[in-house]
Ligand binder design. Structure first.
Ligand SMILES: *Cc1c(COP(=O)(O)O)cnc(C)c1O
Length: 291
């Protein structure tokens, strides 16, 4: 299942100044989407290598990672369990998780903080259980994300990605270093105070050369969607025929546009944005889109 992917490169029709290419990882799979597919690839290989049959993971109630894990586990004939942060709720994302057969354990915010303890308490005696951190973070995830670089033109000047934990960004930077490319990696944190993401990246790469952080495009914080962002999404999607999500990729594309308008790039610079998928999340925000 982790072979023969479809992730073409498209060009935006309405970029302001420089052309902007988009690596369409959102098209890899509707449920195991974008960077979550990249992250799960080597996690699932490790699960199979270690002869485990049950993935236990963690996430919020609108987590793209949970849907991706549920779907990947169903296809790989593995059991899946998720500790879901907060009181019991139902929504479109959790419905998909349940449809894919995932077992959900709603967990208070207090207990959720200690993930290893939760795992030990519930599954410590299950030799088949395999711990996967929130968002799929870890060395396997970094390895999977590094592979994206091999699928891009090697003469790109600027590669952009949105960041939550920075795992995807760490993989991309690792790939850039491994291939000794001149590409700069531009990271757009989608939460406030995103400078810590540079430290997270450093933990995985040991070197943050060619990393550029853009910490002013969080729009108020994680999952915050002020009217300017909503209007941007509406215009972008209608003009490009390419869906973007309110939490991650819309903030990245907004940042690229803003930098482009303000002549941040040199005239001939080649720019590519990684579309990390996560498009189902829009159903959790449908009330924001008033027409
Ligand atoms: C999870 C997710 C991210 C964040 O990835 P990190 O590796 O945690 O930085 C970015 N974009 C989308 C669409 C996601 O679902």
């Amino acid at each position: 299942m982790f072979t023969d992917i479809y992730s073409p490169i498209h060009q935006l029709k309405h970029a302001t100044r420089n052309h902007v290419l988009v690596k369409r990882d959102d098209l890899i799979d509707p449920y195991i989407s974008g960077n979550k597919w990249r992250k799960l690839k080597y996690i699932l290989k490790d699960v199979q290598k270690k002869d485990k049959n049950h993935i236990v993971t963690f996430g919020g109630a609108f987590s793209n990672h949970l849907v991706a894990t549920a779907s990947a586990c169903a296809r790989a004939s593995l059991k899946s369990t998720a500790f879901v942060r907060g009181e019991e709720v139902s929504n479109e994302m959790l419905l998909l998780c349940k449809l894919f057969g995932m077992n959900l354990i709603f967990t208070s915010r207090e207990n959720y903080k200690n993930k290893t303890l939760l795992f030990e308490n519930h599954f410590g005696s299950d030799p088949q259980a395999y711990f996967v951190d929130e968002g799929g973070a870890g060395a396997e995830a970094v390895r999977g994300c590094a592979e994206i670089i091999a699928e891009l033109p090697q003469d790109i000047d600027h590669l952009f990605c949105a960041a939550g934990t920075g795992t995807t960004a760490a993989g991309l930077l690792k790939g850039i270093h491994q291939r000794k490319l001149k590409t700069q990696l531009h990271v757009v944190p989608v939460l406030k105070g995103g400078d810590f993401i540079a430290d997270e990246i450093y933990k995985h790469t040991g070197n943050v050369d060619q990393l550029v952080m853009h910490t002013d495009y969080h729009f108020g914080g994680y999952a915050k969607t002020p009217p300017t962002l909503i209007e941007y999404i509406k215009k972008f999607v209608a003009a490009e025929g390419m869906l973007i999500d309110p939490v991650y990729t819309s903030k990245m594309f907004f940042a690229i546009d803003d930098l482009n308008v303000n002549n941040y790039f040199n005239k001939e610079d080649k720019i590519i944005a990684l579309h990390t998928g996560g498009l189902l999340g829009i159903w959790g925000m449908k009330d924001k889109f008033v027409y």
